[in-house]
Design a protein around this ligand. Sequence first.
Ligand SMILES: [Zn+2]
Length: 207
Amino acid sequence: MEGYSFELITGPMSCGKTEELLRRIRRAIIAKKRVKVISPVLDTREHGDYIKSRNGMFLEAVKVKNSLQILDEVTDEDQIVAIDELQFFDGEIIEVIKQLMSDGKKVIGSGLDLDFKAEPFGKMPELLAIATRVDKLTAVCMKCGCDHATRTQRLIDGQPADKNSPLIMIGGDETYEARCVKCYELPDKLKSERKEETKAKVLSLFK
Ligand SMILES: [Zn+2]
């Protein structure tokens, strides 16, 4: 039986999550299934009502502002519900997906498991727990070229972003790349700056 399931595709940036989601949607379309594709408005990667993978494949998608809106968009005829960028959804996403599953839908989702600090992203830990199938993909590390990059490195003006840098950057050239655990960097500048201050204070006492 196809419904009553939740397949979750996860991994770092550039691991092919959206590509894999699109591949499964295409297969469903070939099998003449009714598919509803959902994407959060927050995803600013592309404008317009479609999702696009980095290799250029794209598919029409309904953009929603919050999780509950998904239930308004999905109709009785929809057999498969595909949701991209799951890490950006609010807390209600868990109940929404459980509801879709109990309504007999097959849900296929994709999302980043970790944020740039290598900490679990949004509701992804719970989504991974309720999924009936999980595929954790790896990317090619942009620093050493190995095939098991699991983290998303944030770079500001080409330099590894500080642990305390704001989630939304204003100004500065911000980019992201996949890296392995060995090559991933997260400087904690504030702490080191504090250390320098303390050092200077201690030294001044002996002047
Ligand atoms: Zn590496």
